[in-house]
Structure formats: C-alpha cells, structure tokens
Ligand binder design. Structure first.
Ligand SMILES: O=C(O)CCC(=O)C(=O)O
Length: 339
C-alpha cells in the first residue's frame, strides 16, 4: 500500500528517508542551524501588574523579532493538557480510522480561499522541487460558531469538548494581545480586532504531528515560512523543534514549559504598515521522539479587505502594502504568486 501519511512512512523507513524528504543543502537543518545557540526570544509575563511594561515588551518583541513567548497567560494547564491529549489520541488512530473520522483534504489548494485548508492531510504549500515536509496535520476552525464545520473535526466527543473549552480561553489571550498591539501603534485598543473582522475574526486551529525521523539533520518538518494570518498562538509539546530566522541565520527557539509561542503574521505586518514584522520560522524534527504543536491562527474572514490601517497611513507615511481580500492573499501565498 502507498503510504498516505508521513506517519506511515516513518513506520516503514527506519534508517533512510525517501528522497523527496531530503532538503537541498541550503535548507538542511544539520548545515544551516547555529548549533548550541538557543534563541532567547522575549518571554513576557502577562500577570505583571505593570501593564505598561507588558505593552512595551510586546511592542518591542513584535518590532524586532516578530515572535515572543507568554507565560502566566491564564489558560489553565488542565485545559492545555486535555487539548494535547485528544489531539495525540486522534493521530494515534490507525490511518483508515483517521480518514474515516475526518475529511481528507485534496492535496492542491484551489481558489476557495481559507475554507479549503480544513481537514486532515500531509501537504499544504506547493513546495519547490516537489520536496515534502516531515509532518502530518489537521486543520479546522474553532471560532466563531458560524464558521465551525464539525465535518473537519475528529468525532470523539472528548475531542470536541477539549477544543471547545480551549477555544473559549484562547480568545481571551487573542483579545488581550490585539489590544496591546493596537495601543502599541498609538490607536484605540479595539482597532486591530475591528480591522480583522471584529466578532467575525476566525480562529483556525491546526495540529502538527512530526513523527520520529531517522535522518533529522537533512529533513524539515514545516518549511521556512511566515504565517499569512494576523497573529498565531501556539502550544508546543516538550520536544524542541521550532526555529526562527534572525540576521541571516537559523536558531532553535527555546522550549519553555507552559508558555504559549506567539508569531506575528503577514496580516499584522500589513495592518501595522510594516511596524510589526512577521517572523520567518520553520521546524526541525527529532530522531527518537514525536513532536507535536497546536497553533491557532487568528485570521480575517475570507472576504474581508485587509491593508495598512487607515489611521497609520498619511502623506508622510504612505501605505507600504496593497489592500486586498484575505482569500486573495491566501491564494497568492499558497501558490507562490507575488502579492
Ligand atoms: O510546530 C511549530 O512549532 C510551528 C508550526 C508552524 O510554523 C506552522 O504550522 O505553521
């Protein structure tokens, strides 16, 4: 049988991985990583009583790094453990069961915008030279209720319960971050959320499942990319793997227990007219352990026009980005067409 998932391939290829997973030399993490240097992206304590300090740190990190980690974010650790447990249980099901439970999305992305990203699968972006990432994934929306389609969710009732609970909490973090990011631009605290669709702002969740890889130094999990959405709130498991690009070099991002990793994405860079930077990142895989991560992408509704925020643009500071429908942005990004 042809393996449809990387998980299946990992079970079969115990020493050498198939050619399509071997990256070119300029991408191989074994060659391109600054070894021994773990990137200390800013860690921000959201329970700091000095809110000015939180604001300052978030703005600084978003301008210089496009990435930071937050601790004391108020999401109870049981809610996160449950989210991780049900996700793990889904990926541990036999392949046929997984495919029975969740719609398997087609490999190519069409012009239907973000909708077509939902489902269980292996490959998202068209990759140069037909290379593949050592990762399987599941995508589905968790908020708002009008955007949720349970067709794409595993059917286990505990899966739904855990994700609906997490959806409530993650919105609290999302709202706070958008508030601080707005204030940091000198605009009213609700402006960024409004510009991203307000109560229609979509929370799209993903589970990345990176099986152990016999040749981790030549493969990549998720290839280098910036997130196309506004901000990403990510829960990793305890296997190190995230890398960020800084000053022309790739660094491991330190795993911090109970922290959430925040990425500034393209729509935030655009809305801020370039003040905040979307971060280039990728993941490496582990020889012995399964890595997993649970990013939630906060994205505008597909037909919303997004461009530099009108309050940040004037004669002296003209728009640096085009305003366009989010679904058009996604289509161009996934098909590698210039924006
Ligand atoms: O697994 C990670 O830490 C990062 C995942 C990621 O960048 C993505 O899914 O877009």
């Amino acid at each position: 049988m042809m393996e449809r998932s990387v998980q299946g391939i990992a079970l079969k290829y115990k020493e050498k991985i198939p050619e399509e997973f071997i990256r070119s030399k300029d991408e191989q993490p074994g060659i391109t990583t600054v070894e021994g240097a773990v990137l200390e992206v800013p860690v921000i304590d959201l329970r700091n009583p000095d809110e000015e300090k939180i604001l300052e740190s978030i703005v600084d990190a978003s301008q210089k790094w496009g990435m930071f980690q937050v601790v004391n974010h108020e999401i109870p650790s049981e809610v996160i453990s449950k989210l991780q447990q049900v996700g793990r249980e889904f990926f541990e099901l036999p392949e046929e069961e997984k495919e029975k439970e969740v719609y398997v999305k087609p490999v190519e992305v069409d012009h239907a915008g973000t909708l077509s990203l939902e489902g269980y699968g292996t490959k998202l972006q068209r990759e140069v030279q037909g290379k593949k990432g050592w990762v399987d994934h599941l995508f589905h929306k968790i908020w708002p209720p009008s955007a949720v389609n349970y067709h794409f969710w595993p059917k286990n009732p505990s899966y739904r319960e855990a994700n609906e609970e997490y959806a409530k909490w993650v919105q609290g973090v999302g709202d706070k971050l958008l508030k601080w990011l707005s204030l940091g631009l000198g605009i009213e605290e609700e402006e960024l959320k409004k510009a991203l669709g307000g109560e229609n702002l979509v929370y799209l969740t993903k589970i990345n499942y990176y099986p152990p890889c016999p040749q981790p130094e030549v493969a990549l999990g998720v290839v280098a990319h910036t997130d196309m959405n506004s901000i990403t709130i990510l829960v990793p498991n305890d296997v190190q793997g995230l890398q960020a690009y800084r000053d022309g070099l790739w660094y491991d991002v330190k795993y911090i227990p109970n922290a959430l990793v925040i990425h500034i994405g393209d729509q935030m860079e655009i809305l801020s007219n370039g003040r905040y930077k979307s971060v280039l990142h990728r993941t490496r895989v582990n020889k012995d352990k399964t890595r997993m991560s649970w990013p939630v992408f906060l994205e505008p509704p597909a037909d919303l026009q997004v461009g530099p925020h009108p309050k940040l643009v004037n004669e002296n500071n003209p728009a640096k980005y085009r305003t366009k429908k989010y679904s058009d942005y996604v289509y161009c990004k996934l098909n590698k067409i210039p924006q």
